[in-house]
Ligand binder design. Structure first.
Ligand SMILES: N[C@@H](CCC(=O)N[C@@H](CS)C(=O)NCC(=O)O)C(=O)O
Length: 219
């Protein structure tokens, strides 16, 4: 049985979305980020990323973490790709070429998309879009995203999805990294194929289920 550590309001959303897609049972341990707690080391603090018990699972002190049959994985997209490869059905690779393409889009997601998209979300959530410094930071992050987004736009216009003309774990991985940039709707609107693909990913019942659970969790 899979054990997945991490609250919904974290990158645990990625494997949880996939587990819901595949209807796979798992034990969910809602470990929370230590920095979100007033006193992570207090005796009555909930299980968190600085708890000794969790550090025995992931010494890096980050969520998500995945444990199954002695295999421990502590990178969200390594977790999704492993699940997809081993029991993903149509959401996983059907041959070596698809496996390579899924790796390619996953790596693009984490190297070219995630950091600037996250910057946009963090600055916006902190109210920085109302200050000149914040606006400048958002403009720089948006500019960093335009080249990979143009690459995606061209690909999605031609193929509809990232790999194999169907929804796969590659779409899930990339949609989750790009989600942070939705705090800048005008930027996403510059790329209509990306915008409608993202919408299609996020209306999937498994995403909606994950999102409802996330929204129900205290902020
Ligand atoms: N590259 C890692 C990043 C994991 C990560 O940064 N997790 C955050 C929550 S989304 C965390 O645990 N932060 C707590 C900390 O770094 O102290 C992944 O994708 O799994």
């Amino acid at each position: 049985m899979i054990t997945l550590y991490g609250v919904f309001r974290s990158r645990a959303s990625r494997p949880i979305w996939l587990l819901y897609e595949l209807d796979l049972p798992f034990i969910h341990v809602p470990v929370i980020q230590a920095y979100r707690l007033p006193q992570a080391s207090a005796p009555d603090a909930p299980l968190n990323t600085a708890s000794p018990e969790f550090l025995r699972v992931n010494p890096l002190g980050q969520i998500p973490a995945f444990v199954e049959d002695g295999l421990v994985l502590t990178e969200s997209l390594a977790i999704t790709n492993h699940i997809a490869r081993t029991r993903g059905g149509a959401l996983g690779p059907q041959d070596a070429a698809e496996a390579a393409l899924i790796d390619q889009w996953t790596l693009l997601a984490v190297t070219a998309i995630e950091a600037p998209a996250l910057e946009i979300m963090l600055v916006t959530n902190a109210g920085g879009d109302g200050t000149p410094e914040g606006q400048a930071a958002i403009a720089i992050a948006a500019e960093r995203l335009r080249r990979p987004l143009q690459r995606l736009e061209t690909h999605l216009k031609a193929h509809g999805h990232l790999v194999g003309g169907r929804f796969t774990v590659a779409d899930l991985n990339l949609a989750e990294c790009l989600r942070y940039a939705q705090a800048h709707p005008a930027l996403i609107g510059e790329f209509p194929a990306v915008e409608s693909w993202l919408k299609a990913c996020q209306v999937r019942p498994a995403f909606q289920r994950m999102w409802a659970a996330r929204m129900a969790e205290p902020a």
